[in-house]
Design a protein around this ligand. Structure first.
Ligand SMILES: [Fe+2]
Length: 194
């Protein structure tokens, strides 16, 4: 059973101008698709051929299988972390948890931005559930909270391929646009409530 490339949860022009159709065409249509194709080539005829994507990520040791499986999972999660109607602030229990862990929603946004801008090289910055609280964690390359027993609530892709066509080297402008215009708090709240 091959791993599928999930459809985007919006049209390929829906995030414009913050993330352009051109970026989507490469990031989703080339990078994400290539991870799916690579993964299917790696699991074909192996014990993982019928495994779920999550099980492959949890079971794989360091190397190509983990890198491709984790990147498939990370990217699908990332697309869902954005919405053409995103931005604004969280509400309800999620807002209360963020205030408890970070002091305020604005303080969370500041720390999430700083950790996204400061994540050296290629990687991801995440909001995760950790014990009874929430934490921001940074991962390198393909690494993912799923491999560390953490529950991911939110992520931003800070590989250059996520923003270079639209922002060139200005990662802070991409992170600002993500937080202010794209961040899908409803998806974060659903992950928090799960
Ligand atoms: Fe990416």
């Amino acid at each position: 059973m091959a791993i599928d490339l999930p459809a985007l949860p919006y049209s390929d022009t829906a995030l414009d101008p913050h993330i352009s159709e051109r970026t989507i065409s490469f990031h989703y249509g080339k990078h994400h698709a290539a991870y799916v194709n690579n993964l299917n080539g790696l699991i074909e005829g192996t014990d993982h051929a019928d495994s779920s994507l999550e099980d492959i990520v949890r079971a794989a040791g360091p190397g190509g299988l983990f890198n491709n499986a984790a990147q498939v999972w990370n990217h699908t999660f990332y697309w869902n972390c954005m919405s053409p109607d995103g931005g604004g602030d969280p509400s309800g229990d999620l807002a209360a948890a963020i205030e408890s862990s970070f002091g305020s929603v604005d303080a969370f946004k500041e720390q999430f931005k700083a950790d996204s801008v400061g994540n050296f090289g290629s990687g991801w910055t995440w909001l995760v559930r950790e014990g009874d609280g929430l934490a921001i964690v940074k991962t390198d390359d393909a690494d993912t909270p799923l491999a560390h027993g953490q529950t991911a609530l939110l992520t931003i892709d800070v590989w250059e391929h996520a923003y270079y066509l639209d922002y060139q080297n200005a990662r802070p402008a991409y992170v600002d646009a993500f937080i202010e215009h794209l961040l899908n708090w409803e998806f974060v709240a659903a992950n928090f409530a799960a």
